[in-house]
Design a protein around this ligand. Structure first.
Ligand code: F0G
Length: 459
């Protein structure tokens, strides 16, 4: 079989309302050509994010019933703590309501103004939380990560030369920790190799700098290691995961990805003093340490999800389904980022719509066309998200990459629905001359892509 079929059957279904093209035409116009403003009910296939969108299993749903809602010492917490400890190996496990709260507590506890925090590539919220503490967030991924065509098996790897240079330049005192994001979301869901993790740890231990993982998609990263890294083909995913985290001093986790839940996260660390500091802050902003910002039932569902995500059949299907979509597009000549990542396929909008200048948002134009014509919601990662106005000339400064991310929710869509997505995009690619550029009519001063309003050129 070229790609694995679903290793589950469907027990509960959520009907999807099919909309017509004229309906969507009106809805997208009313939404200011911004898919964040659309009612989710008007979407057929929603590929906005893989975060918090997973389908839980029957075991997770039954876990919700046995969740213990005690304020302190909840049985569900102990179960959660035991599970995370067994999988990741860290000493202190502190639940939070999602990933960015884990980041906030970690950086508030570790980063002083002027400190430098290197990462392969910081995810938006990680960067924002470092900067919120007046630290400097540095991206030190290998150069190949910035070339959408470079076929590197571990394109998320840290560039050890860049990292060593940063440590020499800044000095150990200004670097409270180094992070590794697995898989590297902002670089296209690309994995980090165990060899690179080992070497990063080796370099950092010479200076006594702690290594933390941004572990959101740790199981998908482990799957790529098993598939691609010499010596790991016969290792179990759970053993690869244990080895990854054995090189770390802790991690932040958004369980909304590889925790297979709709809400949840945690911080883990081996450092007693750090754990104490974070716990005190947690009580102030989230809740008592045996529930974080969650209900007991959420902890129960997270513990079960974290075990299910290590299932090799599941992972083969999961990464295989994303790859299936990517390969259908690639074989039809649709320009995508290579290699295909673990959680999403990225369309290269500059090549998809070469007639639309980057100042007219080709990525967003593609997103609009996918919704209007096919009811598919994707997300732009390009000029709308990262473009800046030059204060002197008023001209838009465009980012290097103009991408559209098709993030696949876990266990939600069938391969037939994924085929529908592929066929739609291929059809649009063949008729790409009909896609029009956009112009901004409203933008907020920060994070403008969430609330921006646009109009079609020539309308
Ligand atoms: N780190 C990474 C690598 C992420 O991808 C995300 C979220 C977070 C941290 C923050 O976690 O949302 O639970 O607070 N990524 C989502 C996405 C939003 O669509 O890629 P959170």
């Amino acid at each position: 079989m070229r790609f694995p079929a679903e290793p589950f059957k469907i027990k509960v279904v959520e009907p999807l309302r099919m909309t017509t093209q004229p309906e969507r035409e009106q809805l997208i116009r009313e939404a200011g050509y911004n898919v964040f403003n659309l009612p989710a009910e008007s979407i057929y296939i929603d590929l906005l994010t893989d975060s918090g969108t997973a389908a839980m299993s029957d075991r997770q749903w039954s876990g919700l019933m046995v969740g213990d809602e005690s304020y302190a010492g909840s049985r569900s917490y102990y179960r959660f703590e035991e599970t995370v400890h067994a999988i990741f190996g860290f000493k202190h496990i502190i639940p939070t309501h999602q990933g960015r709260m884990a980041e906030n507590l970690l950086f508030t506890s570790m980063v002083r103004p002027g400190d430098v925090v290197p990462n392969n590539i910081h995810f938006d919220t990680t960067r924002a939380n470092v900067e919120h503490n007046e630290g400097i967030a540095l991206d030190q991924v290998i150069d190949e990560a910035y070339d959408p065509k470079a076929e590197h098996p571990f394109k998320g790897n840290m560039d050890l030369r860049k990292l060593a240079e940063t440590i020499r330049r800044e000095g150990r005192e200004r670097i409270p920790l180094v992070m590794l994001t697995i898989t590297n979301n902002s670089g296209g869901g690309q994995p980090v190799s165990l060899e690179n993790i080992r070497q990063t740890k080796l370099l950092l231990s010479r200076y006594g700098i702690p290594l933390f993982f941004d572990a959101c998609r740790f199981a998908e990263n482990a799957f790529f290691i098993q598939e691609r890294e010499a010596g790991y083909q016969d290792k179990k995913i759970s053993d690869i995961v244990r080895e990854i985290f054995s090189y770390g001093d802790g991690c932040t986790m958004s369980a909304k990805k590889d925790g297979l839940v709709n809400i949840g996260g945690f911080i883990a660390t081996n450092d007693d003093q750090l754990a104490e500091k974070i716990t005190n802050l947690l009580i102030l902003v989230e809740g008592f340490p045996t529930y974080g910002g969650l209900a007991g039932r959420d902890l129960e569902a997270m513990a079960i999800g974290l075990q299910e995500v290590l299932d090799e059949e599941y992972l083969r299907f999961r990464v295989g389904q994303v790859r299936y979509l990517g390969e259908l597009l690639d074989n039809a000549g649709v320009p995508i980022l290579k290699p295909i990542g673990g959680h999403a396929v990225y369309l290269n909008a500059k090549e998809f719509l070469p007639a639309i200048p980057q100042e007219q948002f080709p990525g967003q134009s593609l997103v609009v066309a996918l919704y209007r014509e096919y009811g598919i919601r994707a997300v732009e990662i390009g000029t709308l998200m990262f473009g800046k106005k030059d204060p002197a000339t008023g001209k838009i400064i465009c980012p290097e990459l103009e991408m559209v991310r098709l993030a696949i929710p876990r266990r939600v869509y069938t391969n037939m629905q994924i085929s529908y997505v592929a066929e739609s995009i291929i059809e649009l690619f063949r008729n790409r001359n009909r896609v029009r550029g956009l112009k901004l009519v409203y933008e907020a001063p920060v994070l403008r892509h969430f609330t921006a309003r646009l109009e079609e050129m020539g309308s």
